[in-house]
Design a protein around this ligand. Structure first.
Ligand SMILES: *Cc1c(COP(=O)(O)O)cnc(C)c1O
Length: 465
């Protein structure tokens, strides 16, 4: 609608329209009445709805109060919704850092529920009837699974590396290969972590080649430790050389220097071919690393946590460092981690019960059946969909070269267009996150269970309707 361009005289029509709007109190009272909303929240929703409507009237895109209750209700619903929500991960990226990494095994979910609901022996020694330590709870199990003498669990792997560096090399030299001065993502950079630990970074070798002799020359009376960091999320190829962990530990042992191994994901599962490129935890322990650090929620498939396993002396220094308290793990994660680790006692149970391992090793028939079910449901709504072959990624900054081949359900986004279809899927409840390839929207059955595959297909049908 046209508006006067001339000097601003009060526009009587505009004033009438603005006056037709309810007051914030009136609208809020209706929300409280009809939705049982908390008064404060209702006022905020009403205020936002009225402000938006005033602007719309002023700009000519609305003429009055029509539909303002619905608008306020929508705002109230949005504000009432939890901000941390379940999403359906149809991307095929198994350890998706933006989507909460590893979904937990059922056993872990029930353990954390049980511990959350009531009291627990978190720091209580039931047998002795007195104070116990949270650090003692998982130590035996971790030693059993990795062959280490001692173990400690902190908040995440970044915390584990920070603590190990501080406990073993604070005020002294920490020797690292230039090829391992890596950034893992989320601003976790090895040089910065070392700096914050209070250790002095001593770089050896070059980006592509570091030899044992490079380490040898750097060791001296000021050396606190050697740090080895796994190139989790990238690979160097061509003219490259790295020192094997066994040789590094042998050199360090001769000089009386501890080795810290930042494994990142840390492979605990044995005989899983997809994990062949990940450094096994047991290998680091056997080689003689003082402390090996790995994440709880990457390929291990448990909750967030930083596991440290190693020699009794080194783990003891970590446990008694002041940072250990600041970086400690909470009881819910501890409960979930213990249950996840227990599954590793039997490799077949681990592969079956731990979702990350299950998705990693999912068979073609299972994936094809799930992709087909999505295709059928979508195609039944007269939307073009087909099962095609694609590749999925592990994610979580692990196994960057591994391509997991498998069938996916590809959806033709016409007439909405890819961006709009993806936007509508994100707007469904729960939000569905998919990926695009060559103009098609892909729903990857690898990261969906049957129920989620149903939700994803229904979301596509709903978005198109
Ligand atoms: C992922 C990763 C970390 C950080 O682990 P969080 O559990 O996310 O803190 C540290 N080091 C390496 C090599 C990693 O891959």
């Amino acid at each position: 609608m046209a508006r006067d361009a001339g000097p601003k005289a009060p526009d009587p029509e505009l004033s009438t329209r603005l006056r037709s709007l309810p007051s914030v109190e009136e609208l809020a009272a209706r929300l409280v009445e009809s939705h049982g909303a908390a008064h404060g929240l209702a006022v905020l929703a009403a205020r936002d709805a009225i402000a938006a409507r005033r602007e719309a009237i002023a700009s000519g895109s609305a003429t009055g109060a029509e539909g303002i209750d619905e608008d306020a209700e929508g705002r109230l619903a949005a504000a009432s919704r939890r901000r941390l929500r379940r999403v359906v991960n149809a991307t095929g990226v198994i350890v998706h850092t933006n989507l909460g990494r590893a979904p937990l095994p059922d056993a872990a979910i029930s353990a954390l529920g049980e511990v959350a609901r009531g009291y627990s022996n978190l720091e209580y020694d039931i047998e002795a009837g007195g104070r116990g330590s949270r650090h003692a709870l998982l130590e035996g199990l971790l030693c059993e699974l990795t062959g280490a003498e001692a173990a400690l669990v902190v908040n995440n792997c970044a915390a584990a590396v920070l603590l190990a560096a501080a406990a073993l090399a604070e005020g002294r030299d920490l020797v690292v290969s230039r090829g391992q001065l890596v950034e893992i993502g989320g601003s976790f950079r090895i040089p910065e972590v070392v700096a914050h630990s209070g250790a002095r970074l001593v770089e050896v070798g070059t980006t592509n080649r570091t030899r044992l002799a490079d380490y040898g020359r750097a060791l001296g009376p000021d050396t606190g430790a050697i740090l080895r960091a796994h190139q989790s999320n990238f690979r160097t190829v061509g003219f490259v050389e790295e020192v094997e962990i066994e040789a590094l530990c042998e050199l360090a042992a001769g000089a009386g220097v501890p080795v810290i191994d930042d494994l990142g994901s840390g492979a605990l599962a044995e005989r899983v071919p997809e994990l062949a490129e990940e450094p096994p935890v047991r290998r680091s322990v056997t080689a003689g690393c003082a402390v090996s650090c790995f994440s709880g929620d990457k390929l291990l498939g448990g909750p967030q946590g930083g596991v440290m396993v190693g020699t009794a002396a080194a783990i003891d220094r970590c446990r008694s460092h002041p940072l250990a308290r600041a970086l400690r793990i909470d009881k819910l994660s501890l409960a979930a981690l213990e249950s996840t680790l227990l599954l590793y006692r039997d490799p077949a149970t681990a592969a079956r019960e731990i979702p990350v391992l299950r998705m990693l090793t999912a068979g073609d028939a299972e994936l094809r059946a799930r992709a087909g079910a999505m295709r059928d449901r979508i195609a039944a709504a007269r939307i073009e969909a087909r099962v095609i072959d694609a590749t999925a990624k592990v994610g979580g900054g692990a196994l960057p070269l591994l391509e997991l081949e498998g069938p996916v359900c590809a959806v033709d986004p016409a007439p909405l267009g890819l961006d709009e279809l993806a936007r509508r899927l994100r707007g469904s409840d729960p939000p569905v996150i998919a990926r695009a390839r060559e103009g098609w929207l892909l729903l990857d059955p690898r990261t969906l269970d049957d129920e989620e595959a149903g939700l994803a297909a229904a979301a596509v049908v709903g978005a198109a309707g």
